[in-house]
Design a protein around this ligand. Structure first.
Ligand code: NAD
Length: 340
């Protein structure tokens, strides 16, 4: 039977990346009944909102979604559709994988990091207002015991299920004594229930420096929302950039798979950006659906295409202006050809 999956192309470069990913997933022979749903800046005029309720209904009903990136206007305009989806569906855990792929130009050769980011609170609760318009504004940062227990437990359960040995809680509890103090205390309490997995903690600024210098000393990082967002892009940079790092959001019985990167709007419609991050998000989805063999087949094909170095996008070339780089769809074609 075909898997019924909500497919959200998104905006910016999202539609071309999702189209490429769809072709690669279908090339495995697994059948999908895609429930295509529009969201993002491009549908504002049509629906009067960037997130029509039908999108959320579709995800609630199908319980699995593959999503392209969606633009959020900077400083003004509508609030993030991505944050809204995560909050509306209580997708409390954001999982982002940063793993070295042979052939990608990088500074460190053996990076394999998992960032587990709390997805529903912290500064992303969106509680902010002007105190004196044009002069002063404030935002409220929310950390709760409930959400922290959920996210730290998720990190340990992920570590246990995937044979990972160390969970590191990232915080700024030296300065933010109430909020991050609570995050750290709860993390320590949860960690005590997992004696087989090592636990430590790092202050976020030190963590950033250590990740750049010695990323191989870390394994699974569990972070409040904002620090997780920033550090997951840093980890992407360690393994070759946003073009290669996949992600997923998990709630209770619902999962939404999407790359770490955003809509890269300056490249929209140019068939230029790297489809790997979106395809690997699809690979995470296949594993979630229990399609382990197909997931491994795509992953091996991606590795071979990248290691070969011929049919790759500009960001995977040592010289980004290398004229031999190929486009989004051509890289997907090469991955499909490598699978068959
Ligand atoms: P971005 O991730 O879109 O792009 C930053 C840079 O990373 C790009 O200019 C490009 O150089 C590189 N890049 C990104 N994706 C790439 C790919 N697939 N292949 C090769 N290079 C790639 O970040 P931004 O410019 O800060 O954000 C653009 C928009 O995306 C904003 O509106 C932001 O709010 C939104 N955003 C959405 C999501 C999401 O949908 N989950 C996540 C992050 C940002």
């Amino acid at each position: 039977m075909a898997y019924r999956v909500t497919l959200i192309p998104g905006d910016g470069t999202g539609p071309e990346l999702v189209a490429a990913t769809r072709r690669v997933l279908e090339a495995t022979g697994i059948e999908f009944a895609w429930d295509v749903q529009e969201a993002g800046a491009d549908v504002m005029d049509k629906y009067g909102t960037p997130l029509p309720e039908t999108v959320l209904d579709s995800i609630r009903s199908n319980k699995v979604a593959l999503k392209g990136p969606i633009t959020t206007p900077i400083g003004t305009g509508f609030r993030s559709v991505n944050v809204a989806i995560r909050k509306a569906l209580d997708l409390y855990a954001n999982l982002r994988l940063a793993r070295t792929i042979e052939g990608v130009p990088v500074c460190h050769s053996m990076v394999d990091l998992i960032v587990v980011r709390e997805n529903t609170e912290c500064l992303y609760a969106g509680i902010e207002h002007d105190v004196i318009p044009g002069e002063a504004a404030e935002a409220i940062r929310i950390i709760t015991r409930r959400a922290t227990e959920h996210i730290v437990r998720f990190a340990f359960e992920y570590a246990r299920a995937n044979n990972r040995h160390l969970v590191t809680a990232v915080h700024k509890a030296n300065i933010l004594k109430a909020t991050d103090g609570l995050f750290l205390r709860v993390a320590e309490e949860v960690a005590a229930a997992y004696p087989g997995i090592e636990f430590n903690d790092r202050i976020v600024d030190n963590m950033a420096m250590q990740l750049v210098q010695r990323p191989y000393e870390y394994d699974v990082l569990v972070c409040p929302n904002l620090f997780g967002d920033i550090l997951s892009d840093l980890c992407s940079g360690l393994v070759g950039g946003l073009g290669v790092t996949p992600g997923a959001n998990f709630g209770h019985e619902i999962a939404v798979f999407e790359p770490v990167h955003g809509s890269a709007p300056k490249y929209a419609g140019q068939n230029k950006v790297n489809p790997t991050a979106t395809i690997l998000s699809g690979v995470m989805m296949l594993r979630y659906l229990g399609e382990i063999e197909a997931a491994a087949r795509i992953e091996a094909a991606i590795s071979n295409v990248i290691a070969e170095g011929r049919s790759v996008t500009y960001d995977l070339k040592t010289d980004r202006n290398d004229p031999s780089s190929v486009g989004t769809q051509e890289m997907a074609d090469a991955i499909i050809a490598m699978m068959t």
